[in-house]
Design a protein around this ligand. Structure first.
Ligand code: NOJ
Length: 581
């Protein structure tokens, strides 16, 4: 008799053998991934996809992506198997930091569209069972935000205390040595009122004063506003930077200089202050119990696993999905290192849900951070398998599914990201990972009809684009599609427990995913080396019954789909996902 796993296998193999264009028969359904345990919230099983709106799809030919462009690509996302999109800021902004400098939290920048466009986006997404997660920039506003314009207008303005103002230590001197993440002093002197304001990031991004109850109220109202407009949750920007030491202690100075030529400081007095967690609890209590289980995702590169664990809150009452930057930024293919990091977060004391990603709008793409220049396509598949087969909620970034690479500007005149202009040539900024989505081989890769796009389309678009890859059964795109489909299909991959096996193997990262019912376990093996490996799996003692392995998905595809536990061959950077039968 065919068990459900077998049926899946057959579907998968048929799909693999044939050509699977995204508009074809094979994946017209996108049911919301069913929670396999009653009461489990959707975000535990979702595949989340980050959309950088400037670069996803331009609908009006101005060379910049927009909301209607995103709406027009929802079928693509549905077909890929995406459950939720997180869209980086589209609010009115001078675009100094491309939207992370917000001038008004409750409107849209006209270059992206209108509130009506957004409502349409949310409702069209809903028809396809795709949720929309908004970006929530809590730490700072734009210097053009009405709140800041008032605050800087006089020392006695009622909004003066909405931001962090202090006297300098003397003429031309800042209050202390705190440094901005984007280079140079974190204090800017304001002529008019003769004081300095604090900005963790760019000069045009003044920090809000979260110790002021009015700020808290105004910012919580922002959350309510977007929930009322259908947001399924929030990705909270730079959350651990919300508070600074009120006594303005100097930060410790470390040896050397940073990319901006400034002294290297440790952000001891401006990061991860305990009050951050009070705010997180307040935010969580605001969303808890609301229909639709809104989710909070935190952005912050927590320095230690203990700091990351703390994000869940002592009673699991803070962030549901804290981003794991340690896993994202390992930057080398090392089975022992990944094993250690996966264990660390998987067995967090609060049983919080891990959240993994490898690509985003702030860091070079995996092609360039993990590729070895010889096996890059294969390594992209391996990274996809790692992202999508652990217990963590996975987050993708547009274009990773087609193997987009980082395309760094070669001349400072072309740099758009302020970080690149300040840090040039040591730090060339983040334009490289924000180039237009590569849809097809046409002009501007199908992203825009404008004569010039806001960032150039990289030459690799001719080969790596959706239209071309969808017809190639061995493409990165089809590999992603199949792993996502497997994850959706198999309870073991969706929410089974995670346990590393062959723990001493220096090259192959292998783990079991075991569903709660104990049967139908899945084994994942990832060869993180450039040499072929032959592996013997020792699964005794892991509580799985089974005598052999049945290949569900592999790259490259092995000759035989039935394997024994011993002598399993994995090609360089080879991937095996198999049912234990
Ligand atoms: C993190 C965002 O991801 C990044 O793009 C931005 O520049 C900083 N926060 C400041 O908002």
């Amino acid at each position: 008799m065919l068990n459900p796993l077998r049926c899946t296998l057959i579907v998968m193999l048929l799909a693999f053998a044939g050509i699977a264009p995204f508009s074809g028969q094979e994946a017209t359904q996108n049911p919301t991934t069913p929670p396999s345990r009653p009461g489990d919230p959707w975000w535990k099983h979702a595949v989340i996809y980050e959309v950088y709106p400037r670069s996803f799809q331009d609908s009006n030919g101005d060379g910049v992506g927009d909301m209607n462009g995103i709406t027009s690509r929802l079928d693509y996302l549905k077909d890929l198997g995406i459950d939720a999109i997180w869209i980086t800021p589209m609010y009115p902004s001078p675009q100094i930091d491309f939207g992370y400098d917000i001038a008004n939290y409750e409107a849209f920048d006209p270059q992206y569209g209108t509130m009506a466009d957004f409502d349409r986006l949310v409702s069209e997404a809903k028809k396809r069972n795709i949720r929309v997660i908004m970006d929530y920039v809590a730490n700072h506003t734009s210097d053009q935000n009405a709140w800041f314009l008032e605050s800087r207008s006089s020392r006695t303005n009622p909004k003066r205390d909405w931001y962090i103002w202090h006297d300098g230590k003397g003429p031309g001197k800042p209050p202390n040595n705190w440094q901005s993440w984007f280079g140079h002093s974190a204090w800017t002197f304001d002529e008019k009122t003769g004081q300095c304001y604090y900005h963790y990031f760019y000069v045009q991004q003044p920090d809000l004063n979260w110790r002021n109850p009015e700020v808290r109220k105004a910012m919580y109202d922002v959350l309510r506003f977007w929930l009322d407009h259908g947001a399924a949750g929030f990705r909270i920007d730079a959350i651990s930077r919300l508070f600074e030491d009120p006594n303005l202690h100097d930060d410790p100075i470390l040896p050397g200089k940073n990319a901006f030529g400034d002294p290297n400081i440790q952000h001891k007095y401006t990061d991860d202050l305990p009050e951050v967690h009070d705010v997180l609890r307040e935010m969580r209590s605001l969303v808890d119990g609301l229909p639709g289980d809104p989710v909070l995702i935190s952005e912050a590169d927590e320095p230690t696993i203990q700091d990351l664990d703390k994000m869940y809150g002592p009673n699991n009452d803070e962030i549901q999905l804290p981003m794991d930057f340690k896993v994202a930024d390992l930057n080398k293919l090392s089975a022992p290192e990944f094993r250690r990091l996966l264990d660390e977060i998987e067995f967090n004391p609060l049983d919080g849900q891990p959240y993994f990603f490898f690509n985003n709008h702030d860091q070079a793409r995996t092609w360039d951070r993990y590729g070895d220049g010889v096996h890059n396509e294969q390594i992209e598949k391996l990274m996809a398998a790692l992202l999508l087969t652990t217990h963590a909620t996975p987050q993708m970034y547009y274009g990773e599914e087609i193997g987009m690479r980082t395309s760094v500007p070669t001349r400072i005149e072309d740099v758009k990201d302020p970080v690149g202009r300040t840090g040039w040539p040591k730090d060339k900024g983040r334009d490289g990972e924000r180039t237009p989505m590569q849809w097809d081989k046409s002009q501007n890769a199908g992203f825009s009809t404008a004569p010039k796009t806001w960032l150039p389309v990289p030459p690799s678009a001719a080969q790596y684009n959706v239209a071309t890859e969808q017809y190639d059964p061995n493409s990165i795109f089809n590999f992603y599609k199949h792993v996502i489909a497997l994850r959706r299909e198999l309870s073991a991959l969706r929410d089974g427990s995670y346990v590393a096996v062959n723990r001493d193997d220096p090259n192959v990262l292998a783990y079991l995913r075991k569903p709660k019912n104990g049967t139908d376990a899945v084994l994942v093996a990832l060869n993180m080396s450039a040499q072929p490996q032959t592996v013997n799996f020792t699964l005794k003692g892991f509580g799985v019954d089974g005598k052999s392995l049945h290949v569900l998905l592999a790259a490259p595809q092995p000759a035989n789909s039935e394997l024994s536990f011993t002598g399993v061959k994995l090609e360089p950077f080879g991937v095996l996902i198999a049912a234990v039968e």
